[in-house]
Design a protein. Structure first.
Lengths: 176, 186
C-alpha cells in the first residue's frame, strides 16, 4: 500500500472519526453530570435549595438558608434528615407549611387568596394599559382647534380662499 | 351640547364611584391588617390532630403522645434559660395537681436546652409533671414552634383545641380544661 492510498483512506474516514469523538465526549459529559448529581455535595445543595425557599419563623426577612438562628439551623438539619429519608422537596415544604402556615414560604403560594400577589399586579397592569389606550385613542380622535384668528373652524384653507374670492367679486359688482 | 354635558357627567360619576369603591376596599384591607396584633400568629394546627411524638423523659420512661389518647394533654414547650417559662411554671404545676386524677396530663417539652440545665432547673423548682427532651427539635418543628414558652392543649380525641404563645394564664388554662372535661361528660 502506498502513502497516497493511506492518506486517502485517512481523509475518507476522518469525518466519521470526528463524529465518534464528539459522541464519546457527549456521553462522557452526561455520565459525569449523572454521577455528580448523586454526590453528597449535591444533597447539600438540595438542602440549601429547600432552605432558601423557607422563611425563618423567628427572623425578619431571612430565609432558613441565610439565618444563623438556632431554630433555622435545626430546620436545615430537619430538611437534610428528611431528604435522606427519601422525602421530596415538595413534601418537606408541605410539612413546614402544615406546622407554620403559608407564612413559612419565602414566596406566597400561587393558589388561594395569596395567589392575588401574582395576579393582581398583572390585572392592574392590564387595566392601566387599557386606560392608556382608551385615552390615547380619544385624544387622537378629538379634532385639533384652529389657531386663533384662523377664522371659522369648519372651513378649510381652500374654502376660505373661495369665500374671499366670492366676497371680492361681489364688492366689485356693487354699484358705486 | 347639553346632551354631551349630561353624558360626561354620568361618565365622571361612574369614574368617581369606581375610584371610591377601590379606595374603600384598600382602606378596609389596611384597617383589617393594621388592627391585627402581629405578635399573635394563629397556628394552622389548631383544630387538627396533634403531631405524634415519642420523646425521652428527663427522669422516667419515654412518653408517646398517641398513647395518651382519651386524655386531655397540655403540651408546654419551655427552656431553663427562658424567664417567661419560669413565670408560667406555677400555673402549669397547679393545673397538673388539680386535674391529674381527672384524665389530664401536662407534659413539659424541653426546647433548645441542655439536659443538665433542664434537670437542674426541674430539681430546684416545683416541677412535678413529666418533662421530656426534644434534643433535635423535631417535635418543636412539627408543632410550628417559634419560641418558648408556647403551649398546646390537646383534647381527648387528639385534636389541638388551643395554642398559647407566651406564658399561660392559670385561670384561662383551668377554664379551658374545665370546658373540655364538661364537653366530655355530656
Amino acid at each position: 500500500m502506498n502513502a497516497a492510498g493511506t492518506l486517502r483512506r485517512v481523509r475518507t474516514s476522518l469525518p466519521g472519526l470526528l463524529v465518534l469523538i464528539a459522541l464519546a465526549a457527549g456521553l462522557a459529559t452526561l455520565v459525569i453530570v449523572a454521577v455528580s448529581g448523586h454526590s453528597p455535595a449535591s444533597q447539600a445543595q438540595q438542602v440549601q435549595q429547600v432552605a432558601a425557599g423557607l422563611h425563618c419563623p423567628i427572623c425578619k426577612d431571612l430565609s432558613v438558608a441565610d439565618s444563623p438562628a438556632p431554630l433555622a439551623q435545626q430546620m436545615r438539619q430537619e430538611i437534610a434528615q428528611k431528604l435522606r429519608a427519601g422525602e421530596s422537596a415538595d413534601q418537606i415544604r408541605a410539612g413546614f407549611v402544615a406546622a407554620y402556615g403559608d407564612s413559612v414560604l419565602m414566596s406566597p403560594p400561587r393558589q388561594g387568596v395569596a395567589g392575588a400577589a401574582y395576579y393582581l399586579p398583572l390585572l392592574v397592569l392590564a387595566a392601566g394599559l387599557m386606560a392608556a389606550f382608551t385615552t390615547l385613542r380619544r385624544w387622537l380622535r378629538t379634532p385639533q382647534p384652529d389657531p386663533p384668528g384662523a377664522g371659522s373652524p369648519h372651513l378649510s384653507a381652500s374654502q376660505r380662499r373661495a369665500v374671499a374670492k366670492a366676497v371680492a367679486r361681489l364688492r366689485e359688482e356693487e354699484p358705486g | 351640547m347639553r346632551r354631551r354635558l349630561t353624558r360626561l357627567t354620568r361618565r365622571q360619576t361612574r369614574l368617581l364611584a369606581g375610584v371610591g369603591v377601590a379606595v374603600a376596599v384598600i382602606v378596609a384591607l389596611l384597617a383589617t391588617g393594621l388592627g391585627r396584633d402581629p405578635s399573635v400568629i394563629a397556628s394552622p394546627l389548631v383544630g387538627r390532630t396533634a403531631p405524634n411524638f415519642t420523646l425521652p423523659q428527663l427522669d422516667g420512661p419515654p412518653v408517646t403522645l398517641s398513647r395518651l389518647r382519651g386524655q386531655v394533654v397540655v403540651i408546654n414547650f419551655w427552656a431553663s434559660w427562658c424567664t417567661e417559662c419560669h413565670v408560667e411554671q406555677a400555673a402549669l404545676d397547679q393545673a397538673w395537681q388539680q386535674f391529674r386524677d381527672s384524665g389530664v396530663v401536662v407534659i413539659g417539652v424541653n426546647f433548645q436546652d441542655t439536659a443538665g440545665a433542664a434537670r437542674s432547673y426541674v430539681s430546684t423548682t416545683d416541677v412535678t409533671y413529666p418533662v421530656v427532651e426534644d434534643s433535635d427539635s423535631s417535635t418543636a418543628l412539627a408543632y410550628g414552634l417559634r419560641g418558648v414558652p408556647e403551649t398546646f392543649v390537646v383534647n381527648e380525641s387528639g385534636r389541638i383545641v388551643d395554642h398559647v404563645i407566651g406564658p399561660v394564664d392559670e385561670a384561662a388554662l383551668v377554664s379551658e380544661i374545665n370546658s373540655i372535661l364538661l364537653a366530655r361528660a355530656r
